[in-house]
Design a binder for this molecule. Structure first.
Ligand code: FES
Length: 159
């Protein structure tokens, strides 16, 4: 379930997630993934609650959230486009996609002001042979060039 965050207490969500994962070894990563699955991102106010619940420092939790590209610190846009920048896709032209996104006014890791699109980088989507690979709202696209990325970004892509 993804919520806007305003109708659900971040603290209660985080405490509930921790309760389900507390006994897991290395619980922080699965907890962070679960918090993002429930809230759509890992909000700043979740960090002190996570630190307290998992007996970690706030700096430890913050460090993990900022180190892993998978964790979003702001709510995502209505469409989330993830461009693969791992080695195989780089070799097949992923940089041209990143350049196209930038030239279209999109910044990796950010959401457009109107909340329509979030563009993120990711490191392997498991589609290496058909790179450059892009995922948009959970749908995987292969052999994506700049023109097709433009169609994905504006929602007019054909399958
Ligand atoms: S390297 Fe891009 S999908 Fe694996």
């Amino acid at each position: 379930m993804t919520t806007s965050g305003s109708d659900v207490s971040v603290e209660s969500v985080v405490r509930g997630v921790v309760a389900r994962h507390r006994d897991q070894r290395g619980a922080l990563l699965p907890v962070l993934h679960a918090v993002q699955a429930e809230l759509g991102h890992v909000p700043q106010e979740a960090i002190p609650v996570l630190a307290e619940e998992l007996n970690l420092s706030r700096a430890d939790v913050h460090g993990v959230v900022t180190f892993y590209h998978d964790f979003r610190r702001e709510p995502a846009g209505r469409t989330t486009v993830r461009i693969c920048r791992a080695e195989a896709c780089q070799a097949l032209g992923a940089d041209s996609l990143v350049r196209h996104a930038r030239e279209s006014g999109l910044t990796l890791g950010e959401t457009t002001a109107d909340g329509s699109v979030t563009v993120e980088q990711v490191f392997c989507l498991g589609n290496c042979a058909l790179g450059p690979s892009v995922e948009a709202n959970g749908r995987l696209y292969g052999r994506v060039g700049p023109a097709r990325l433009g169609s994905i970004l504006n929602g007019t892509v054909s399958s």
